[in-house]
Design a protein around this ligand. Structure first.
Ligand code: SF4
Length: 428
């Protein structure tokens, strides 16, 4: 197929990594002469980047693909992403899907589209993900303000509930030179904040003579980007040196996102996580002793197989005791091919959702407490380039979301704002 002049629409499901990769696919196709359009504008080609983190995410992916095929029967439908790598045949069975590309092949959409009419499409284009050694740099920017920069991909941890290592392969990283070049590129586009993103971001630098701390020190010296954040970091990889560095850094914001997953040591063992809850608590205490106003977001999973009522209560009480700012709560999802399926005790759907609600209530209390702690302070807010209803929104250095009446002159600027209760918002 000659793709020059074709209209292409992009739809992304899932995490920030997927958003950064869709952007990179889009830039490649635009350079090949395609025109980017919205999904309602009768595109010739749709690129759908899917997620496989839960069964709900996969179901959403299937529904979306069917909907797009139904409304655009003439269009070519290209499906990429974790779901496409893990369940390619299942997707190809959906009538109307033209191409399914795996973890490596998705960065070569142009090639596969050009050969579309001459290649039989009953088979997915997919590689052995564990043989993947090369790293594809990617970065996204939805507006002119913030950018998600992928510095690492894959994961060697194999937590018992997780399919990501099977979808993305072994841990591998960009080189510091690639990252510095990407940072210069996005700075030239007017981006003010870069979020360093990966599957296991703290594992950055594996098999290279560098590590995340060394990279952070290099980035802190560039001065081309005003703010950096780390999207998420495993507790065992969040060293005291990284915390101390953030405490004294010019450009790394006082903001941590750390996956705990369970506050019960027994459940952590079932999950095959690499730390105890006591170790996790020392990390929180170190952050708070050095940076009292740091925002700490924590991921948890509720209703994991093997999580008895007693284990859950123990976990909940531990989480309640932590000086953190917000929880991101996910109901445990059964994933085909994972070790967790060998654990006999299954938590019912109803009970799982009850546990999710309990943890969300703790999260609400913690966020309100954190807001109260910071009320009255004056902090730098980076306002985003979009109008939300009648408002303009932005984030403080320590990740408090602020909302002011819309004023276009604030967009993409860092402005000192006094944090009055009425301008703080709890929306994500
Ligand atoms: S660290 Fe565990 S949960 Fe995170 S991607 Fe790796 S295997 Fe999955």
């Amino acid at each position: 197929m000659d793709i020059a002049g074709k209209k292409v629409a992009y739809i992304t499901l899932g995490c920030k990594l997927n958003f950064s990769e869709t952007s990179t696919i889009r830039h490649g196709l635009e350079e090949a002469g395609t025109l980017t359009v919205g999904e309602k504008e009768h595109a010739d080609i749709f690129v759908i980047n899917t997620c496989s983190v839960t069964d709900v995410a996969e179901k959403k992916g299937r529904q979306l693909i069917r909907k797009i095929v139904h409304h655009n029967p003439e269009a070519y439908i290209v499906v990429v992403g974790c779901y496409a790598q893990l369940r390619a045949k299942e997707i190809l069975d959906i009538e109307g899907v033209s191409l399914v590309l795996g973890a490596h092949e998705k960065f070569n959409v142009e090639h596969y589209l050009k050969h579309l009419e001459t290649t039989a499409q009953s088979e997915p284009h997919s590689c052995d993900v564990f043989k993947l050694a090369n790293f594809n740099l990617a970065y996204s920017f939805g507006d002119r303000t913030r950018c998600f920069l992928k510095i690492q991909d894959g994961c060697d941890y194999f937590c018992s509930y997780c399919t990501i290592p099977y979808a993305r392969g072994k841990s591998r990283s960009a080189t510091p030179e690639q990252i510095l070049q990407a940072v210069r590129d996005v700075a030239a586009k007017g981006i003010k904040e870069v979020i360093l993103t990966g599957v296991n971001t703290g594992d950055f630098g594996r098999n290279q003579p560098t590590d995340l701390l060394a990279l952070m020190k290099q980035l802190d010296e560039t001065d081309e980007i005003e703010r950096f954040r780390i999207s998420s970091i495993e507790p065992n990889l969040l060293t005291d040196e990284i915390i101390e560095f953030v405490a004294s850094s010019k450009h790394f914001m006082p903001h941590f996102h750390i996956p705990l997953q369970s506050g019960s040591n027994e459940v952590l063992k079932l999950m095959r996580r690499r730390y105890t809850r006591e170790f996790f608590a020392t990390k929180i205490n170190t952050i708070k002793s050095l940076i009292p106003d740091a925002f700490i977001g924590v991921d948890t999973i509720a209703g994991m197989r093997g999580e008895t009522e007693d284990y859950f209560k123990d976990a909940r009480d531990f989480i309640e005791s932590l000086d953190i700012s917000r929880l991101h709560v996910f109901p445990y999802s059964e994933r085909q091919g994972t070790k967790a399926l060998e654990i006999p005790l299954v938590v019912s759907q109803e009970e799982k959702h009850r546990r999710v609600s309990e943890l969300l209530a703790i999260s609400d209390r913690k966020l309100h407490r954190f807001h109260r702690q910071c009320e009255g302070q004056t902090r730098p807010v980076l306002f985003e380039d979009t109008k939300v209803g009648q408002h303009i929104c932005g984030f403080t250095d320590n990740y408090i979301k602020v909302r002011l009446p819309y004023d276009p002159t604030l967009a993409n600027r860092i402005v000192s704002v006094r944090l009055e209760p009425e301008i703080l918002t709890v929306e994500d």
